[in-house]
Design a protein around this ligand. Structure first.
Ligand code: AHR
Length: 511
């Protein structure tokens, strides 16, 4: 059995839990929108065509902010196509995903859905094929009260009140050769700077995200952030990060340790932000918006020159990248959430990509049911229970060997302390495929009273590490009670099964 000792101290804090860390992403891609959140005619659809069954699962999962409408899609999108009477909206080709976009769903529909889902809208503008003019028009359409061309058009289209969208992405992945309107860092940096200025002249209260690298392996990673921030530092609040991970050639041990890569990736971007801040003598702090992250099995999707080209015909909402997530994936997702929470002083927005069907924690079938994937659970629990202050942990854990990262901690952890609620929430993952882990939590400045919640996600009876939920077996992987947990001599002790993710909530008081 592996041993891990985790010390947490009420006074050693990283910062408050940023609520926007529990974000998600709805792209016009595959079946995320159509037959995902929106399916008029479905037995569960409401009068506007929103799927109530999906909406219930979204609310249970608890995202706080949802990015829209892309993704690669946005780099060829005309937002005007998605507003106004449906019968007048044009049908277009979506070059990014080789699909037909009917535009039956657009900005108004998304804003209305976001209200029902109780999430903040994070809107991306097209800086691939479009620029300053279309972006500032969109801000005027969305946020200006009335009495101007675009704001009055919004009112004519049925929305008297402004949408008041605060968070805006200045394009998507424009460092990537696959992106429509791919740019060099200087081309993008200047465009983002001028677009940001023009958008803020329309609404000074907005917050802006500049595009960072599409992943850590990009040949321009580092220099891209440096150049883009050199142009935009005074104009933006955030720089984005994107990362997708998968298991390669059955190397589960390395896959389970990919949060090490995520930690290093984040630390690298923080260094670049700080370097540009220092060199430019800036006073403002640019944070990170990790606005796409997840497990994504990219097999069969990549060709040499077009990583995102998919073999779909020209049809609306083709079935694209509907990965089924297993036990291993859920544990990895739990470690990614831990990495993000541990960096919550600098990563203040994060979006698991995507929300429904497309590499998503929620699945739905056209005319059929909706269900939770394994990866739903770590997100749902952390979104609900992480609150108050993020704690800086000292973790002394037994190791597991990996081919990619050498020896890594078997037990991965993050924790929060909420003085008002009087609760400590600890999020734990046991990466070991062989051994259970005995975890001891040494609480400093906090007296544990009782365990109020202890749940675990692990290999189910009769299953294995690849077991996943399916339409026919929707609850094969889920949370069960963590039995072996208790308080002894003021310390919390828990035994985590091999390959597991767990949450322990403790009622406690400052001591
Ligand atoms: O989330 C799927 C795609 O991954 C997004 O459209 C793009 O931004 C990223 O490459």
């Amino acid at each position: 059995m592996t041993q891990a000792r985790i010390t947490l101290d009420r006074d050693f804090t990283i910062g408050p839990v940023p609520r926007r860390l529990f974000g998600s992403f709805v792209e016009h891609m595959g079946r995320c929108v159509y037959t995902g959140i929106y399916e008029p005619g479905h037995p569960q659809a409401d009068a506007q065509g929103y799927r109530r069954d999906v909406l219930e699962l979204v609310k249970e999962m608890g995202p706080t902010v949802v990015r829209y409408p892309g993704g690669n899609f946005v780099s060829g999108y005309r937002w005007e196509d998605g507003v106004g009477p449906r019968e007048d909206r044009p049908v277009r080709i979506d070059g990014a995903w080789h699909s037909i976009e009917t535009n039956a769903f657009g900005l108004h529909e998304f804003v209305d859905w976001a209200k029902l889902a109780d999430v903040e809208v994070m809107e991306a503008v097209n800086l691939g094929t479009r620029g300053v003019e279309e972006a500032r028009s969109l801000v005027e359409y969305a946020n200006h009260p009335s009495g101007t061309y675009w704001s009055d058009l919004r009112r004519k289209n049925g929305a008297e009140d402004p949408f008041d969208i605060k968070l805006w992405c200045l394009g998507n992945e424009l460092d990537g050769p696959w992106q429509i309107g791919h740019k060099t860092a200087d081309e993008y940096g200047r465009l983002a700077q001028e677009t940001a200025k023009a958008m803020r002249l329309v609404d000074p209260s907005i917050e802006l995200v500049a595009v960072g690298s599409s992943n850590r392996q990009m040949p321009t990673f580092g220099s891209w952030e440096h150049s883009v921030l050199t142009h935009t530092y005074s104009e933006v609040e955030y720089i984005s990060m994107h990362a997708y991970y998968q298991e390669h050639a059955g190397d589960a041990a390395s896959f389970l340790a990919e949060a090490v890569d995520m930690d290093e990736f984040i630390d690298g971007v923080i260094s670049t932000i700080d370097a540009v801040k220092a060199a430019g003598k800036h006073k403002n702090q640019v944070d990170i918006s990790f606005d796409e992250w997840n497990v994504w099995y990219q097999r069969g999707l990549e060709t040499e020159d077009q990583p995102h080209k998919v073999a779909a015909g020209w049809k609306p909402y083709p079935r694209l990248i509907e990965d089924a997530y297993n036990v291993t994936d859920a544990v990895v997702v739990g470690t990614f959430l831990n990495s993000l929470l541990r960096h919550g002083d600098r990563v203040t927005i994060a979006n698991q990509a995507q929300l429904v069907n497309v590499i998503a924690p929620i699945r739905s079938e056209e005319g059929g049911p909706a269900w939770r994937q394994s990866s739903f659970w770590p997100f749902a629990r952390m979104a609900a229970l992480a609150s108050g202050q993020i704690l800086r942990l000292a973790v002394d854990s037994g190791k597991v060997p990996t081919a990619k990262f050498g020896d890594v901690d078997a037990v991965d952890a993050a924790a929060t302390w909420d003085a008002e609620r009087g609760t400590i929430a600890v999020f734990l993952a046991n990466r070991s495929l062989e051994e259970s882990a005995e975890v001891e939590l040494d609480l400093r400045g906090l007296a544990a009273d009782r365990i109020t919640r202890a749940e675990v996600l692990t290999i189910p009876a009769g299953g294995d590490r690849l077991t996943a939920n399916t339409e026919d077996n929707q609850d094969a992987v889920g949370l069960t009670r963590l039995e072996s947990v208790g308080i002894e001599d003021g310390k919390v002790r828990a035994t985590l099964p091999k390959l597991s993710w767990a949450v322990v909530e403790i009622a406690a008081a400052a001591s």
